[in-house]
Design a protein around this ligand. Structure first.
Ligand code: SF4
Length: 427
């Protein structure tokens, strides 16, 4: 049997799995033992990666919708039809009349290739579903650190003595992360959430807060730590800016109001602040419970500021760390050629254009001069008739777009609608 090592794309961990293949058929799927992320372990989703590929409804050929129903066509016909129609539409309406929406589920090389072809050569709009997922976190990181990159490694889960999850449920959503947490024998796990999640049930401390109260909680903790002088003054002085303004701002958030504003008692609040103060390596983690919530950018920055002011940055087991939802969310952010140049950098930065052009062996004039239209505007412009063709890559906006009836309306206006997916039965 041949062993083919590949990546599970169902969540942000991107575990590696070994597919054992015989006579072009998958016989079994086993987590890769030596892969540093999952080290021979995986969740049930990864173990079932082959099920769709081997199921009877897995289409072997492209399917074309015709007035008489759906018919299978050859790959050659599909390629010709797709490229010819795309060309006809761009010839008639201009390059910006075609769009694609991709996903953080694509592997990095595929992401880079789609971004390169669709943005550089076709000249169309291309955005990813990662825009819906954690654009707020991107802004928080860019504004706080000057660069979009959550500063942690998986090892930090094993090196932190105080692990604080807010709006995250890794027991269910990121089981490999939870496995790393369990391996850490010297830790306290703290969960801040509006519901008693599976992670909250397994935590050492659970603080059940009111919906939309996260930001007030973080500002109140910041104020309390400052009042107690439980802060790292030397770190603040060397590595932060405008601390006095921040101090003035949070001074309005008093522990006396905490029960009414956040829904936890004063005693609970003091326990939480003391845990942050007493930890030697405190790490803060969040995911979609923050990213897709009320005042998400400021809330993420409320967490970042706590890490900075207590000096819990840049050391093993610390950090203000947003956990992504998809296996290649960062690849989509840095290599899809959508909001910045391939590999990072602004479109208007001539030096960066030259650098990327040299790296790719291309004339920089081919690169776009501005970011793509974002996901929501692509849909609006389909409805208004300016975008005529849409290519969906491995995502299901009819289900995941916030107003999915609006998406249905958009599809009906298109002259060309192409869906690329493993599953033939998505909406
Ligand atoms: S933890 Fe995530 S990446 Fe790993 S097997 Fe499960 S779904 Fe796949």
């Amino acid at each position: 049997m041949n062993k083919i090592q590949t990546t599970c794309n169902y969540c942000s961990l991107a575990c590696n799995m070994d597919f054992y293949v015989e006579n072009e058929s998958i016989k079994k799927v086993v987590p890769s033992e030596k892969y540093p992320v999952n080290k021979g372990f995986s969740c049930i989703k990864g173990l079932n990666l082959d099920k769709q590929l081997t199921s009877d409804d897995f289409p072997k050929n492209p399917i074309l919708k015709t007035p008489n129903g759906r018919e299978e066509i050859s790959w050659d016909s599909a390629y010709s039809l797709f490229s010819q129609k795309l060309k006809d539409i761009t010839d008639k309406y201009g390059k910006e009349s075609v769009a694609a929406i991709s996903t953080g589920q694509l592997a990095l090389e595929e992401m880079a290739l789609v971004g390169h072809v669709f943005r550089n050569y076709v000249g169309g709009q291309l955005d990813g579903n990662t825009r819906l997922c954690m654009a707020t976190s991107v802004v928080a990181h860019k504004q706080s650190f000057g660069f979009d990159a959550p500063p942690y490694t998986l090892n930090d889960f094993e090196l932190s003595d105080t692990i604080i999850f807010t709006g995250a449920n890794p027991v269910v959503a990121h089981p490999i992360i939870w496995d790393r947490v369990r391996k850490n024998k010297n830790k306290k796990v703290i969960v801040i959430d509006i519901r008693r999640s599976e992670t909250a049930i397994n935590a050492d401390y659970f603080f059940c807060i009111k919906p939309k109260s996260d930001l007030v909680l973080y500002y109140t903790i910041a104020n309390y730590l400052i009042e107690k002088n439980w802060i790292d003054n030397s770190y603040i002085e060397n590595f932060s800016e405008n601390f006095e303004d921040f101090k003035n701002h949070v001074s309005k958030f008093s522990i006396d109001d905490i029960e009414e504003t956040v829904g936890i008692t004063k005693e609970e609040f003091i326990t939480l602040a003391t845990l942050i103060h007493e930890g030697d390596a405190v790490s803060f983690w969040w995911t979609m419970g923050i990213n897709q919530s009320y005042q998400a950018v400021r809330t993420a920055q409320g967490i970042i500021n706590l890490a900075v002011m207590t000096g819990n940055m840049g050391r093993p087991g610390t950090g203000a760390n947003s956990i992504t939802g998809q296996c290649n969310a960062m690849g989509s952010r840095l290599f899809s050629n959508t909001t910045g140049l391939y590999g990072g950098g602004e479109y208007a930065d001539e030096a960066k254009r030259k650098f990327v052009g040299e790296a790719l062996g291309l004339d920089p004039a081919i690169f776009p001069t501005k970011p793509t239209l974002p996901y929501n505007v692509i849909i609006e412009k389909i409805i208004s008739g300016e975008i005529k063709a849409l290519w969906i890559l491995c995502t299901n906006p009819r289900h995941s777009w916030i107003n999915n009836y609006e998406f249905q309306k958009a599809i009906e206006k298109l002259e060309l609608f192409v869906v690329q997916d493993l599953y033939p039965n998505t909406d």
